[in-house]
Every structure is written in structure tokens, then in C-alpha cells.
Unconditional design. Sequence first.
Length: 202
Amino acid sequence: MKDENVFCLKRADLEPLFGGRLPQGCFPGPKPDELLNLSQHFIPRRLAEYDSGCKQLIPYQLFCCRQEFFVYQRGGGVGEGRLAGRLSVGIGGHINSEDAGGPRLTPETYRLALLREREEELRCPEEISTNFIGWINDDANPVGQVHLGAVHLCPVESRDDVRIRKNGEDIHQVGWWTIKEIKKKAERFEHWSLLAVELARP
């Protein structure tokens, strides 16, 4: 696991903002900027991955073209090895202390971290919009217990606008699928992807 300090928020600080215990599944809620007003922590990833008292904030981007979503498969070399081999619609990753560029993450550096993760894995136009649509939380498994997903919908004009970046992370393009097609193959997808497309329903 890469040695880095990842951005985390304490579960106990998050819960009042969400009105009590963190909901499970996919749901609306405060915008990511509001979470940045809470107490912030940058914790070594090797520790944060096993501390369910903290939530690592993960921007999770879905690319959609005319009701079809960009689908890829995670190879064995992905940063989160527990998801290797699964299909996904979400481009996302940890925010680290280098992204913050200072003692606190700001709305602007959050946006830049989101774009950095996109650029590390994909080749796509810079002007693609990024619209926040809701949250993912799934405490039913060890991966979900330590992560909180901020889901962003990114509409594109053409399928050709999104390509896997060569020499990027170990991911492989599968195609563009409708929600119905994704649901038919649900057993092959990471759970977050199934939750995210529910938020993206028209």
C-alpha cells in the first residue's frame, strides 16, 4: 500500500451534519464543501484503512453519455487491492496531504484533487462539468467502513471523450452501459458503482 497521508473526517463529527448516524446506501446530503468546515485529519493510509472511526473522503466520478455510463474493470495492480477484478463506473481515489497544499483542504483544493484523480486515470476534455449528486456509505464490509463517497456526475458529448490513460492505474475499459445493463451484471460490479448509478437515475 502506498505510504501517504490521506484526508479523513471523524465519523463522530460527520454524524451531526447528516442528522444522526450515517445513512447506509446512497442518499442526498450536504455538499462536499460543507464537510470541509469540520475538523480535518491527514492520517497514514496504512492506519486509516483499518480505523472505522474515520471516514476517508473519496470523490467518485461517473461519466455519462446519453444515459450510458463508462464502465471499466480494475486489474490486480489497482491501489485498492480488495477491489481487483471488479467492474466499476466510478473514477475516484483518496485525497492526500499534497492535494491540500497546506494545513487544510479547501473547496478549491478539493476540486483540484478530483481533477487530479481524473487526469491520472483518463484522457478527457478539461471542460467536462462535474455535478455533485449525493453520497455513498456502506458499512457492511471492511472497505466501505472506512470510506465515504461523494458522487459527481460528469456528462460528456461523445463516447470518444473518455479514454483510459496509458501507463496510468491498472484499469481496462469495458464499454458504455445503461443502468439496466449494469443491473443485469450486478454481481460483477463493486457495490459502490451499483449505489452510484441509483443516484444518477433521471
